[in-house]
Design a binder for this molecule. Structure first.
Ligand code: BDR
Ligand code: CA
Length: 310
């Protein structure tokens, strides 16, 4: 089994990524850590607790950072993810469930210490918790197996950003944290807009999730708000599986092509949050630049769907 810490800001595509993780038997989820991003920390944590229960995940939920390292928190993305950040679907009334811990960075550091060389960190929100974990215990940079980040954009698909013309949301939400994560010694793979914007779940495909069990039905419901937002802002028929693509990199790396180098983040000026990759064959950073999007979407569907008519 591949040991994973999932750091997340749910979020509709985060919910889709969690559903995919729940369907992959080779994944051992050690913890779910929450971060602000698509919504404030109270909402992303509440959503993580809801999703854990709904998806039958067994991992503890540890709440993390409420805002970026060095700036005020941005507006979030409720216009894309809905007023509860899960597409406005009806959530159960407060179940009384609370996070298992309130210090995600400490928990990340202690799991890396407990399983040296074994843990993959899968980060699908702003990188604040990872940066705080490094600050607390810099040696963890030598203990992670790898760090996979949904974030950034390198322009190979003609795109440099989704929140500004040159910045992707997870990096833009805390550029200093992203810079610290890239400056640490661990190997980082960036699954950015170059590939994720091509992984589109069309509204037609999403409708096939409707009668395929409770997980798929919930994903169909949340996808409707998401697709409406993409139609509004991008003229797209469907929605981008951003965070799902980072899960797919773990499950099926052969679907991706990557470029190796040294990545860094612009920290000031109008291009704040932009990611750049200096090519270097010996670099410890890898940026995904190609993807077999149809097969990725098929893999997502096959992983989250239950039997027909359920
Ligand atoms: C990323 O930003 C968030 O809104 C999504 O959940 C995803 O992690 C895409 O840029
Ligand atoms: Ca996310």
């Amino acid at each position: 089994a591949v040991k994973i810490i999932l750091d997340t800001d749910p979020g509709i595509d985060d919910a889709m990524a969690m559903a995919m993780l729940a369907g992959l038997p080779e994944i051992e989820l050690l913890a779910i850590t929450t971060v602000f991003g698509n919504a404030d920390i109270a909402m992303t944590t509440r959503n993580a607790l809801f999703l854990r229960r709904h998806l039958g995940l067994k991992a503890p939920v540890h709440q993390g950072a409420a805002g970026p390292l060095a700036r005020p928190r941005g507006p979030g993305a409720l216009h894309i993810h809905g007023d509860n950040a899960l597409g406005g679907i009806a959530l159960p009334p407060d179940t009384g469930e609370r996070p298992d811990g309130l210090d995600a960075p400490a928990h990340i550091a202690s799991l890396l210490r407990r399983h040296p060389g074994e843990v993959t960190i899968l980060a699908i929100g702003p990188l604040t918790n990872l940066a705080l974990a490094l600050r607390r215990d810099p040696a963890i940079a030598g203990l992670a197996r790898q760090v996979v980040v949904m974030g950034g954009a390198f322009g190979t698909d003609g795109r440099w950003g989704n929140v500004t013309p040159t910045a992707e949301a997870n990096i833009h939400n805390d550029p200093e944290a992203a810079g610290a994560v890239l400056a640490a010694g661990w190997p980082v793979t960036l699954v950015g807009l170059d590939v994720t914007a091509r992984c589109v779940l069309t509204t037609g495909r999403a409708a096939a999730l409707r009668n395929r069990g409770a997980t798929a039905a919930m994903l169909w419901q949340v996808s409707r708000f998401y697709a409406a937002a993409y139609a509004r802002y991008d003229g797209l028929d469907g929605c981008c599986l951003h965070d799902v693509a980072a899960v797919a990199l773990l499950a099926a790396p052969e679907l991706f092509t990557c470029q190796t180098g040294r990545a860094h983040v612009v920290l000031d000026g109008p291009e704040t949050g932009r990611t750049l990759l200096d090519p270097a064959p010996d670099g410890r950073h890898s940026a995904c630049i190609g993807v077999d999007a149809p097969r990725l979407v098929d893999l997502f569907m096959a992983t989250v769907m239950g039997p027909a008519g359920t």
